[in-house]
Write a protein that binds this ligand. Structure first.
Ligand SMILES: [Zn+2]
Length: 296
């Protein structure tokens, strides 16, 4: 991937209708993904391995906090469903991820069989890159919609710190994980919560979200095993679906931390209300709170 960034000075970068003015390139036609209404800081032009050009504009924009809903939610991310919310909403792992993934694997095998650096090898390489690009774009689109919806609907959002590294070690799970891109989802939730003044609470990995009964608080160590999908609480007899119960516990813990956090410094450490991690790549925002990057 080749790229260069150019700073905005004297209107050297400008969006005019369906064209964009960029230094070195002049006025070029482009596929605009959204309107650019704010002050442009810079433009990054990238050439992908498929030979396409992409321009990302870093813009500065005043963001108004989203109106408060008075609602809290817990998110349990998983293999079977991408995310289960404590309000009962299930977000499936989109089927097209698998479809594309199979296609990608097939074309990658073809690439492997071709003579390296031959004409056909280069052709095949572009083909593979195009599928990969399609997967990334479709996935990002899905994650954007999901994260925006959650941030709009809830004031307190609890999410478990992900043990992706450990889970990827299990080969059978790794495919779904790469599909699902939880870390990307977490990043999006983090900066969107920060932009719109909502509370994202990252719950410690040590918190036994799956084992606790969300109704009475009883800890059932027997359900630690991932294969237990449904269980009945020995104490209060509530029948639990594993992921929904976990998301409810995450919600309770998020509320607890948010409330306690205002009084204790130790607790506040776990609240990721502000601060966007740097160096997130072109699809992510800059580290400044009010700066927003638009991929167009
Ligand atoms: Zn119980």
């Amino acid at each position: 991937m080749q790229s260069y960034t150019t700073k905005f000075t004297n209107n050297n970068i400008e969006v005019i209708g369906n064209k964009i003015k960029i230094p070195k390139l002049g006025l070029v036609k482009f596929a605009k993904s959204r309107e650019v209404k704010s002050r442009i800081i810079n433009a990054t032009i990238r050439k992908s391995s498929t030979g396409k050009y992409f321009v990302s504009l870093l813009v500065e924009e005043e963001l108004n906090p989203l109106s408060k809903t008075g609602s809290a939610c817990g998110i349990d991310v998983g293999i079977k469903d991408f995310a289960v919310l404590s309000n009962g909403k299930n977000y499936e792992n989109p089927k097209f991820f698998n479809k594309f993934q199979e296609k990608l694997a097939k074309e990658q095998r073809k690439l492997f069989r071709k003579e390296k650096f031959s004409k056909n090898w280069y052709k095949q390489k572009v083909k593979v890159a195009k599928i990969y690009e399609r997967i990334t774009n479709t996935r990002d689109d899905y994650l954007h919609k999901l994260s925006t919806e959650i941030v709009k609907s809830h004031d307190i959002i609890g999410m478990e710190d992900l043990q992706v590294v450990n889970m990827v070690k299990n080969k059978r799970l790794s495919k779904s994980i790469s599909d699902a891109s939880w870390s990307k989802f977490k990043t999006m939730l983090t900066y969107k919560a920060s932009w719109y003044e909502k509370n994202l609470v990252i719950i410690s990995k040590k918190f036994p979200s799956s084992q606790l009964c969300s109704n009475c608080g009883y800890k059932n160590k027997k359900v630690k095993v991932l294969s237990v999908r449904k269980w009945t609480c020995p104490k209060c007899s509530t029948i639990h679906s594993r992921d929904l119960n976990a998301s409810k516990n995450i919600k309770h813990e998020a509320i607890k931390i948010t409330t306690a956090g205002t009084a204790g410094i130790a607790q506040l450490k776990t609240i990721h209300k502000s601060g966007v991690p740097g160096n997130l790549g072109s699809l992510e925002p800059s580290s400044s709170r009010n700066q927003k990057k638009n991929d167009i």
